[in-house]
Design a protein around this ligand. Structure first.
Ligand code: PRX
Length: 650
């Protein structure tokens, strides 16, 4: 297991922060007794517990009779029911919330739009009708490759309205990554934009789409939103302007009432092999858990201005920018750009101007702000904040304390939320009115979530000892499959211990039963909160003409959590050089996207291997962590000497 250092450091953490009394008094869940009561209820009769929640959270066109049909590893939830997620996010709120802002949008250049529930509903219906006119119907896959603009939410909701399955690709991914995902998902129509704004520059989305389309994708139509340019479309019958598509479309579009288990979205995420997995989520179970956890974990109130800074290209953007908040009828802030554009106080400026009450962001952002010092924060009045959330990677206690003290003014509870693309919604997290928090701990599983720390034989590990994190019972928002590859679903998640979901994370509990996440135990790394498979980066590197072999590992990094170090052996006749390093880094960025660009590339004579030919990753991780390469870059490291010394303990 990778993170023994972390185990030692968390053992010394003894600060405990009980929820402020005024917060608890008004909270949905007010005490650990309340939490325990819910937990016991869920434990005693899960069918009743989840059935009740599903009836409370969602509008059902047709009721369900069966709460759960579980034939491991396949779950079907709320089986006979029919619903529609767009209806749940919009229509059911309209009688009361028509004029309430649903989305407060701010573009990076400073343009602003407030969109009410009524307006959002109109836009969704128009686009849904537009998509229909292109032949999109229930079950068809629609790609979404957009910047963080309201149309991204409109696009997702329009798909949900029609029962079409969306697959959002993060705008930071390259043409190659986009093409691979669109092809795998069998996408028929792609919704994109000419570009988006990021760090003062244009992200060339349309160019990437055009490059992707030079290979087989199966895409029939590309709908292009004008965001950064003059609205000129690329040549050809495939391309269609967004405005032209929605113009004149009726404001109403009857929702498609879909079965609970109808697929809602496919979202690609990295695994331990080269090919990204299309995580498949279905409608009702996902929607129910997203709605419930948003309300409980963020303790939503009607008048909250809620801001989750994630991009819709990640699962956090799906569950906690779009679906969770809208199902709850709150106002959600959408910001397009980079956190420090044009200045280091952009986030704090947004919070002050919109009077944001709940902020949900990633540890890597918090650490980056911490580095900039308290100055930019102090220029703004952040007194509207009442709750802070963290997601995506373990948050180190120092960053947690800074978040609480400097951003939250010492008065806002901090919820460190653990979950994954596959889990669909938050699984382990404090409930801010109930749970005493410890900096760096995600605390306890939510009611009904059986997250357990086990050894490889399925035995519970004693408190204080590290083990593997499993979810031992099904939950409504669990992934249902890997799209097009059910075998991979079963093998990746349910083969470690039969019938139990393996998270790929290590964890331990402390003497009080608090859960501390210890990072991935597989070949997946979390770089600046983004999940990457080292195998994906390796296969991008070996696709380069000069590379013979590559091994990519993570090393701890103060800012990004983990930095990527690539050990590369070159094909005969190629000499290592700084220029080649740059070329290889740029090559990876082109193949996958800038987020996968290695932080360090080290040339090696050969990669250290065990006698059976397995790359000794543990050794490489130690080498990467122990000494940052200060040597002359033209040196080829001879790691095989180290390997020979290690042969016996891998
Ligand atoms: O390793 C865990 C880490 O992020 C992984 C899931 O990544 P992804 O599917 O991209 O979803 C990210 C947003 C939910 C997990 O396996 N992770 C996520 N949240 C936390 C975390 N690690 C520690 N603490 C967290 N709060």
């Amino acid at each position: 297991m990778a993170d023994t250092q972390e185990i030692v450091s968390v053992l010394t953490e003894s600060r405990v922060f009980p929820p402020p009394a005024e917060f608890s008094q008004r909270a949905h869940i007010r005490s650990m007794q309340d939490y325990q009561r819910l937990w016991d209820e869920a434990e005693k009769d899960p069918q009743k517990y989840w059935g009740d929640r599903a009836r409370e959270e969602l509008f059902w066109k047709e009721p369900f009779q069966t709460v759960l049909d579980w034939k491991p590893p396949h779950a079907r939830w709320f089986v006979e029911g029919k619903t529609n997620l767009a209806y749940n996010c919009l229509d059911r709120h309209l009688p009361k919330l028509k004029d309430k802002p649903a989305i407060l949008f701010e573009g990076e250049p400073g343009d602003r739009r407030a969109i009410t529930y009524g307006e959002l509903s109109q836009q969704v219906n128009r686009l849904a009708n537009g998509l229909k006119s292109l032949g999109v119907k229930k079950g068809d896959r629609v790609g979404i490759y957009l910047p963080m603009v309201p149309e991204a939410a409109v696009a997702m909701l329009a798909c949900a309205r029609l029962g079409a399955v969306h697959s959002v690709v993060f705008g930071g991914f390259s043409a190659e990554a986009l093409q691979e995902r669109m092809k795998d998902a069998g996408v028929k129509v792609l919704l994109t934009a000419d570009g988006g704004w990021r760090k003062g520059a244009v992200v060339p989305l349309m160019k990437n789409v055009e490059a992707a389309l030079t290979h087989a994708t199966g895409i029939e139509k590309v709908v292009v939103l004008t965001r950064t340019g003059d609205g000129k479309l690329p040549e050809g019958p495939k391309f269609l302007a967004w405005d032209a598509l929605v113009k004149g479309q009726p404001d109403t579009c009857e929702p498609e009432w879909v079965e609970s288990e109808h697929p809602l979205f496919i979202l690609y995420t990295s695994g331990s092999t080269g090919k990204p997995k299309g995580v498949l989520h279905t409608t009702a179970g996902y929607a129910m858990n997203a709605s419930l956890t948003t309300r409980w974990v963020f303790d939503l109130r009607e008048d909250d201005v809620y801001w989750c800074t994630a991009d819709v290209g990640w699962v956090t953007g799906h569950s906690y920018v779009v679906y969770g908040p809208l199902m709850n009828g709150v106002t959600t802030v959408l910001y397009e750009g980079a956190p420090t554009q044009p200045g280091p106080d952009r986030f704090w400026d947004i919070i002050e101007r919109y009077k944001v009450s709940i902020l949900y962001t990633a540890p890597t952002a918090i650490r980056a702000f911490m580095r900039l010092g308290d100055g930019p924060v102090k220029q703004h009045d952040l007194s509207s904040l009442r709750l802070l959330g963290s997601v995506g990677e373990p948050i180190n206690p120092e960053a947690w304390m800074w978040y609480r003290d400097v951003i939250g003014g010492g008065r806002c509870p901090v919820v460190d939320t653990w979950w994954q693309t596959e889990t669909g919604s938050i699984m382990i997290s404090p409930l801010p009115g109930a749970t005493p928090t410890k900096p760096g701990s995600a605390t306890f599983p939510l009611p009904g979530i059986h997250a357990e720390i086990l050894d490889r034989d399925g035995k519970r590990v004693p408190r204080g000892q590290g083990g593997l994190l499993f979810v031992t019972k099904p939950w409504p928002s669990m992934l249902r499959s890997v799209y097009g590859d059910p075998e991979r679903y079963a093998n990746t998640y349910f083969s470690e211990l039969p019938g139990m979901y393996f998270t790929g994370d290590g964890a331990r509990t402390d003497a009080d039963g608090y859960v501390w996440l210890m990072g991935r135990v597989d070949d997946v790394v979390n770089v600046a909160g983004h999940r990457l498979g080292t195998a994906e980066v390796e296969s991008a590197l070996v696709a380069h003409a000069k590379v013979a072999e590559a091994a990519v590992v993570g090393r701890p990094d103060d800012l990004k959590g983990t930095a990527l170090v690539a050990f590369v052996t070159l094909k005969q006749g190629n000499a290592p050089s700084d220029a080649l390093k740059k070329e290889l880094a740029a090559h990876v960025a082109k193949e996958i996207g800038a987020i996968a660009r290695p932080d360090e590339i080290r040339f090696a004579e050969g990669l250290p291997k065990t006698r059976s030919g397995k790359i000794m990753r543990r050794l490489l991780r130690d080498v990467a962590a122990g000494n940052h390469s200060t040597q002359d870059t033209t040196t080829l490291e001879d790691l095989n000497v180290l390997a020979a010394l290690r042969q016996n303990d891998e």
